[in-house]
Design a protein around this ligand. Sequence first.
Ligand code: PDD
Length: 279
Amino acid sequence: RTVYLNGSFVPEGDATVSIFDRGLLFADAVYEVCSVLDGRIIDQQAHLARLERSLAEMAIAHDVAATDWASVLATLIERNGLSEGTIYMQVSRGAADRDFLFPAPGTPATVFAFTQPRALVANPMAERGMRIITRPDRRWGRRDIKTVQLLYASMMKMEAKAAGVDDVWLAEGDVITEGTSQNVCIITPQGHLVTRDLGHHILPGVTRLSLIKIARASGITIEERPFTIAEAQGAAEAFVTSASLFVMPVVEIDGLKVGDGLPGIETMALRAAYIDHAR
Ligand code: PDD
């Protein structure tokens, strides 16, 4: 695989970073994951805009425009022959001798990106639906910034695996925030689409926003507000959104079936509409 690192395209085995990189020592880095379908990136501008916002919120003085991301991504897609999969991009505050204080201005950021081929449209999970469990949201309080502090999410995914389910929804008290790596939506018995309102408690998902626009255009009423685990369990349908899962039905929450326990009809229609938008 060819990867991108600090201005060069190199074989992955040649891409090395300093042990003093703040991404390694302090999780002092932000990232993006975007999907590629038919060789084209979905919602590229929105992902780059969020990367810029994450950098600004972290006060990482690196201009996203310093990297010609459009050409970096296009080159990675071409060199790796990627037709369907994801691209990961990361920017860290750079390398400096270990100190909690940020390094001197002018320390160059570490910038890299790599591709991962995977089947996104023909994901078998879309046919059976996801089974999830809920766990307390013990991440930090700025989940709106896409940092690489993913240990809690990683531990929760391992808990899901140990419990024999697909993933975890995180909750503050009994109010759901988001999935470990997805935003969450439910469809009420009245047919309204409910998704958590934005703020510091969740990531402003690019897929979430595209989906809201698609749903609104098709006449669905959108409610951006908190909802409880019990409301989700009693919903007509439930699903998650993310760059890599698109719109993915959720059929079971903490052992209780959502609706009839099958992927929701409205959810699958939204998934199809999202794939149309992506193409
Ligand atoms: N995760 N919430 C969290 C905590 C996430 O990590 C993600 C994305 C989302 C969905 O955002 P978007 O629709 O922009 O992908 C919500 C990516 C896919 C990941 O970490 O692999």
